[in-house]
Design a protein around this ligand. Structure first.
Ligand code: SF4
Length: 306
């Protein structure tokens, strides 16, 4: 069985949205979002030893070259994932999946992006960067509105894709949540190209916690949970993970994380679902908001226009 892709017949307006997204995926692949760039700068200023300073200097140079030469920030351009909130009156809602699929395909050819779509069991690379169920599209409907907010995420094979999730017995409590996070960070944190943005989901099952942990990576690096207790835990975990001493690219150092973001939703009394995902130093997630006329805003990329 071979995966084949046939371009959809899109309306004129849908083509306009697709082409804007292709351009934006190019920006996301070359340029770190403002919050991540600011954190990298801040953390680089904290390190005093030459080795750590050299790593941050290399990251800065990498970013400069990526932007100036129009090359991806990292060779792993990830599996494309879209996290979407769309109004039920958004005019292109019926063409959305095809717009995103075609934008991913064209972005792969034009930017270009690495081919990262391997069909499972059949074990071949489609060579298109799209495949069965790829790109990944998560959609939340917002009743009665006519705009769309999309997070575009290049999910890397060393950082966010090897996330982990588990359901704890309620007796394990929030100490169990901390134990799970610290176990994960001490075992695979170093492989994920620190400093890391740590996304944690707390919910009722593996899939709800996993989704929360992914959405937590869409939050800005410096953001704080609106839940007071979750915010306290974000602080404590940030301190604890920094104390592991991973440092930039795992070379040791004072800071290992750009931030710890928790998103929590309600749980069944018998369960505590917990999941963790990490964004690496090259955390390529963007956000684009379209109105019903396809005017757009880029909240994470000040000064950029497409
Ligand atoms: S973890 Fe991030 S920076 Fe490291 S190889 Fe993967 S995508 Fe690139």
């Amino acid at each position: 069985m071979t995966y084949t892709y046939e371009a959809a017949s899109l309306s004129v307006k849908a083509k306009k949205m697709r082409d804007t997204l292709v351009d934006y995926i190019g920006i996301v692949s070359h340029r770190l979002p403002d919050d991540v760039a600011a954190k990298i700068k801040e953390l680089g200023e904290v390190e005093v030893d030459p080795l750590q300073q050299l790593v941050y200097e290399t990251m800065r140079e990498n970013q400069l070259l990526a932007e100036n030469l129009n090359r991806p920030s990292c060779q792993d351009t990830g599996a494309l994932q879209f996290f979407i909130k769309v109004g039920t009156n958004f005019p292109l809602i019926n063409e959305l999946n095809e717009i995103l699929k075609e934008a991913s395909y064209l972005a792969t050819k034009n930017i270009p992006l690495r081919h990262n779509a391997v069909e499972t069991f059949d074990e071949y690379n489609t060579g298109l960067n799209i495949g069965t169920g790829l790109p990944t599209i998560y959609t939340e409907l917002e009743e009665g509105t006519d705009t769309i907010e999309l997070y575009v995420y290049m999910a890397g094979g060393g950082c966010t894709l090897p996330g982990a999730a588990k359901v704890l017995m309620p007796g394990e409590g929030y100490e169990g949540v901390v134990r799970f996070v610290m176990d994960q960070m001490t075992s695979y944190g170093i492989n994920a190209c620190p400093p890391l943005l740590v996304g944690i989901g707390v919910a009722t099952s593996v899939e709800t916690a996993a989704m929360n942990s992914k959405l937590a990576l869409m939050r800005r690096a410096e953001s704080i949970s609106p839940n007071e207790n979750a915010a306290k835990m974000e602080n404590l975990l940030e301190e604890g993970i920094n104390n592991i001493g991973l440092g930039p690219q795992g070379f040791g150092g004072k800071k290992s994380v750009m931030g710890v973001n928790i998103i929590n939703t309600a749980r069944h009394p018998s369960t505590i679902g917990i999941a963790l995902n990490t964004g690496c130093w090259s955390h390529r997630r963007g956000q684009i908001i379209f109105d019903n006329q396809l005017n757009y805003k880029l909240p994470l990329n000040e000064g950029v226009s497409l």
